[in-house]
Write a protein that binds this ligand. Structure first.
Ligand SMILES: [Ca+2]
Ligand SMILES: [Ca+2]
Ligand SMILES: [Ca+2]
Length: 487
C-alpha cells in the first residue's frame, strides 16, 4: 500500500513555528518519522541563518534607540538574577497602574528575518522587586504593529505555565515557568513583513505594585541571509522540500548552502520503517472440517492440503500477510470379526476406541473402550476410533451367536513370554482336543493359522515385524483372544 503524506506549505511552516518556537535555526521536518515500507515521506527544510542586523538594543546604556519607548521599567540594571551576558537589562515594574512595555520604532523587515532576545520571569513569591508572574494572564506578549502602534497583533505569548501561545485570559494559578534567563528566537511572521513594522513586549495583566515582574535584554532583529538554497543528502539540490519512498530506515540530511556552495547549516532526521507482519503457520483439521483463516474467510469441507494467504493491515496500518497451510487428518476405522469377537485394526499411541450398538441408535456400549470387543449380547456393533483428535466410525458388524467363554477355564492357560522377541509358548495346562491357533497382526493380516487335534504345550515362532499381534485361541467351541507384543 502506498500512502503519500502531503500537507500545504503554509501548514508546514506553522507546524515548524509552533514546534520550534524557541529556535530560528535551519531545521528539517518530515511529515512522518515512521512509515510503512514503501510509503512516501515528504521532508521540508525551513529556517535560515541571520544576515545583517536591522535593529538591536542591549539596555547597557540608560538611553533607548531613537523611536523606541519604554514604560514600567524603573531602571535598567541588574536588579535580580544575572542575565546571560552579565550586563544591565530591562526590569519591569508594575507599580501603580503602569503597564510594562518595551516598544521599538517602525523598521523595514519586508525581507523577513528573526527576532531574538533574552527573557526571564521573576520567581513567584520572591522579594520585591523580583516577585514573578503566576497567573496565566500575567505573561508577556511579543507583538507587532503595522500602523505605528495603533493596533497590535500577538506573535507569541509567554504563558507562565511554560507554553507559547496566545493569551488565554483568566486568573487560574499554576506553576510558573521562564524563571531562568533564556535566549528566544522567533521568525518574523509573513504578515508582519512590511517596510514599517513595530514590535513590542507587553504585560497587560499583573497583581499590581511590585508583583509579577520580568526582565528583557539583548534584543536583536535581523534579516535572513540571501542567496541561500537547500541541498539534500539523497542528491536533490536547490529545493526546500523533497518527497521520497522509504524502504528501509533512512537518514536524511539537508544542507543550507550559500551561493558559493559553502554549507552554512545542516540538519538531519531519521525515517524509520514500520516492519510489516508476515508469518506462516500450519494447522491440522479433521478431514471434511471447515477452517476460518486470519482474514475471516472460510474454507469448507477440507479433504486435501490447502494453503491460503490472508492479507490485512496491522496495528501500524501496514500491509501484512499470514500464510496458513491446512492439512486434513484422515482416520479410517476398521476391524475384523472372528466368531463373536470384533478386533479393531487401528493401532498407534494415542488411539482410543469406543464400541457402539448399531441396533440401539448407535448408542455407546458402556465401558467398551478396548481394542478387542466381545459383546455380551448378540447384535450389530460398530467401532469409533479417535486418532490425533479426529474420529471415524466403522460399518456395523453383526454377531448372531455368542461363543460362551465364561464356562471354560481360561485361567489354566498361559502365554509367555509376553512381550516376546520371537518365540513364545501357549501352555494349555493339560492336554486338550481340537485346538486352533490363529495369529493376526495389527493391520488384520493372518500371519499364522494352525490346527492341533490334541495339544498340551505349543511352541510358536512368531515371524514378522515388531508390534502387537492378536492370538486367537480356540479350544473346541470355546474361543479367546490374547494380545501379544513382539519387541
Ligand atoms: Ca544588557
Ligand atoms: Ca500575580
Ligand atoms: Ca506573582
Amino acid at each position: 500500500m502506498m500512502r503519500l503524506f502531503l500537507i500545504p506549505i503554509g501548514l508546514f511552516i506553522l507546524a515548524h513555528f509552533s514546534a520550534n518556537a524557541q529556535s530560528c535555526q535551519f531545521q528539517i521536518m518530515p511529515t512522518s518519522s515512521a512509515v510503512c515500507m514503501g510509503d512516501t515521506v515528504c521532508i521540508g527544510a525551513s529556517g535560515n541563518v541571520s544576515g545583517s542586523t536591522i535593529q538591536q538594543f542591549d539596555f547597557n546604556t540608560g538611553t533607548v534607540p531613537t523611536g523606541w519607548s519604554i514604560s514600567g521599567g524603573g531602571s535598567f540594571g541588574q536588579l535580580c538574577s544575572s542575565s546571560p551576558t552579565g550586563t544591565d537589562y530591562y526590569w519591569s515594574s508594575t507599580a501603580g497602574t503602569i503597564t510594562p512595555i518595551v516598544e521599538t520604532n517602525p523598521m523595514d523587515v519586508s525581507s523577513g528575518g528573526i527576532i531574538q532576545f533574552d527573557l526571564v520571569f521573576g520567581l513567584q513569591g520572591g522579594a520585591s522587586p523580583c516577585e514573578g508572574p503566576d497567573n496565566w494572564d500575567e505573561g508577556v506578549s511579543l507583538q507587532f504593529s503595522l500602523d505605528n502602534g495603533a493596533t497590535w497583533v500577538d506573535i507569541v505569548y509567554f504563558n507562565p505555565l511554560g507554553t507559547f501561545s496566545t493569551n488565554p485570559g483568566g486568573t487560574v494559578s499554576g506553576p510558573t515557568a521562564f524563571t531562568s534567563w533564556g535566549t528566544y528566537c522567533f521568525p518574523i511572521p509573513p504578515f508582519a513583513q512590511t517596510t514599517a513594522t513595530k514590535f513590542r513586549w507587553i504585560q497587560n495583566v499583573s497583581s499590581g505594585t511590585n508583583f509579577d515582574n520580568w526582565g528583557l535584554d539583548e534584543i536583536s532583529i535581523s534579516d535572513y541571509l540571501t542567496g541561500t538554497s537547500v541541498n539534500w543528502s539523497n542528491g536533490t539540490t536547490s529545493t526546500s522540500s523533497i518527497c521520497i519512498p522509504i524502504i528501509s530506515d533512512t537518514t536524511i540530511t539537508a544542507y543550507l548552502i550559500n551561493s558559493l556552495g559553502d554549507t552554512l547549516s545542516q540538519d538531519q532526521t531519521v525515517i524509520n520503517v514500520l516492519n510489516p507482519y508476515s508469518s506462516s503457520d500450519t494447522v491440522m483439521v479433521c478431514e471434511g472440517d471447515d477452517y476460518t483463516f486470519a482474514d475471516g474467510s472460510t474454507e469448507t469441507n477440507i479433504i486435501v492440503e490447502t494453503t491460503y494467504t490472508s492479507a490485512f493491515q496491522n496495528i501500524n496500518g501496514c500491509d501484512s500477510t499470514i500464510t496458513t497451510t491446512v492439512i486434513p487428518i484422515s482416520v479410517q476405522a476398521s476391524a475384523t470379526q472372528t466368531d463373536s469377537t470384533i478386533t479393531a485394526t487401528n493401532t498407534g499411541s494415542g488411539t482410543t476406541y469406543q464400541w457402539l450398538n448399531c441396533g440401539n441408535n448407535f448408542q455407546v456400549v458402556s465401558g467398551e473402550t478396548g481394542q478387542v470387543f466381545a459383546p455380551a449380547q448378540p447384535g450389530s456393533y460398530a467401532l469409533v476410533v479417535i486418532e490425533n483428535g479426529c474420529s471415524d466410525t466403522s460399518s456395523c458388524f453383526t454377531i448372531t451367536n455368542l461363543v460362551n467363554v465364561k464356562e471354560f477355564d481360561w485361567a489354566s492357560i498361559s502365554i509367555y513370554p509376553n512381550p516376546t522377541m520371537h518365540q513364545f509358548v501357549i501352555d494349555l495346562g493339560s492336554f486338550r482336543s481340537n485346538v486352533n491357533v490363529r495369529i493376526v497382526d495389527a493391520v488384520g493380516s493372518i500371519v499364522l493359522n494352525k490346527h492341533f487335534d490334541k495339544a498340551d504345550v505349543i511352541n510358536i515362532e512368531l515371524e514378522g515385524n515388531t508390534g502387537l499381534y492378536f492370538v486367537e485361541l480356540s479350544v473346541s467351541e470355546h474361543r479367546s483372544v490374547y494380545v501379544l507384543s513382539k519387541e
